[in-house]
Design a protein around this ligand. Structure first.
Ligand SMILES: Nc1ncnc2c1ncn2[C@@H]1O[C@H](COP(=O)(O)OP(=O)(O)O)[C@@H](O)[C@H]1O
Ligand SMILES: [Mg+2]
Length: 329
């Protein structure tokens, strides 16, 4: 698969206040990653670890403090890179704020359709086709409805319909199902799979939820983010089968499983502290060491590099070779 987007050693520092006495928060620190055409890439991590910031970087909505962002090999922040930004579309968790409440479903779609060259006489037909494609049925019934007439799931479908009008090669979805009723989540993830399959759109799926990441990106990749860094990365199947990093192991051991028999037997990998440290005052050495049940002296002194353990499965932990073999039970 050809390369679509490449981040190289990206850093983002948010300065705090205009008297720059306090050190800023390093939201993203030294992240490198590659997203290929048509690939589904899940970015998983807890709140505040820098996922949204990284998503905005990938789209070219935010300029990194340092590092490069390449779209099809071209630096999007170079002198002639302006036309490459944004590199794709964004879908947020809050579909209500993404839509103009004063616009009908038809108006929501017609304006961008016009902008992308659909003649006036064809607008209605094209809008109906889009609605049908994203599963808002029957389209005719919904054309004159307003966002507040629609359920959360329907609104998110409408946002997806609008997002594909510019024929993007890349969509960043930032917690797209976290505000949606659990019973409808899978159907929205299935819509993303349909867009991926039909139009070969690459997705960066941002979430704090391992279960939906696994469902969506089962044929794709996962990167686990912790305190502004990628601590583990690889093909989803391989990473979940053989998790390297204690943080991912802890997430996996805490993830609910449907079978109560297995759930009871499961061993919970206990963290030393429940709360993540702040990006403004990150710990020395490995950012995870204050919470890590395995941490040793070296972990508080030296920052572990992201090392390759074969076929692009990478992990950033000093102790990977000496950790107990992974098993869920
Ligand atoms: N515009 C901003 N100004 C200052 N700090 C920010 C800004 N956006 C995010 N941050 C800080 O950067 C860190 C990462 O935030 P974010 O990317 O939103 O994380 P996530 O999406 O994983 O919850 C947090 O510490 C957050 O407070
Ligand atoms: Mg976020």
């Amino acid at each position: 698969m050809t390369e679509l987007l490449r981040l190289e050693e990206v850093q983002v520092v948010f300065e705090r206040g205009w008297i720059r006495k306090r050190k800023g928060a390093r939201a993203v620190s030294g992240v490198s990653m590659v997203i290929r055409e048509g690939e589904i890439f899940a970015l998983v991590g807890e709140s505040g670890c820098g996922k949204t910031t990284l998503g905005r970087i990938a789209l070219g909505l935010l300029r990194p403090t340092s590092g490069r962002v390449l779209y099809r090999g071209k630096d999007i922040w170079s002198a002639d890179g302006k036309g490459l930004r944004p590199t794709g579309q964004m879908v947020h968790q809050d579909s209500y704020s993404a839509l103009n409440p004063a616009r009908t479903v038809y108006q929501t779609l017609a304006a961008p359709l016009r902008r992308y060259g659909v003649p006036r006489s064809k607008l209605k037909e094209e809008a109906e086709k889009l609605l049908e494609f994203v599963g808002i049925m029957p389209p005719k019934y919904f054309l004159n409805k307003y966002p507040y007439h629609l359920s959360g799931g329907m609104r998110q479908r409408l946002v997806f319909a609008r997002s594909i009008i510019p024929k993007p090669r890349f969509i960043v979805t930032d917690e797209p199902v976290s505000m949606i009723d659990a019973s409808l989540r899978l159907s929205i993830l299935d819509l993303m799979l349909k867009l991926n399959c039909e139009f070969k759109i690459a997705f960066l799926y941002i979430t704090h939820d391992l279960a939906t990441a696994r469902y969506l990106a089962q044929e794709g990749k996962i990167a686990v983010m912790y305190l502004g860094k990628i601590v583990e990365e690889g093909r989803m199947k391989e990473v979940l089968e053989r998790p390297l990093h204690p943080y991912l192991r802890a997430l996996l051991s805490a993830a609910p499983v449907p079978d109560p028999e297995i759930a009871r037997k499961k061993k919970l990998l206990q963290l030393k502290e429940a709360e993540p440290p702040s990006a403004e005052a990150p710990p020395s050495g490995c950012g995870f060491h204050p919470r890590c049940p395995y941490a040793e002296g070296v972990c508080s002194r030296e920052e572990p590099p992201l090392r390759d353990f074969g076929e692009g499965h990478r992990g950033a932990c000093h102790l990977i070779e000496v950790l107990p073999p992974w098993r869920l039970m």
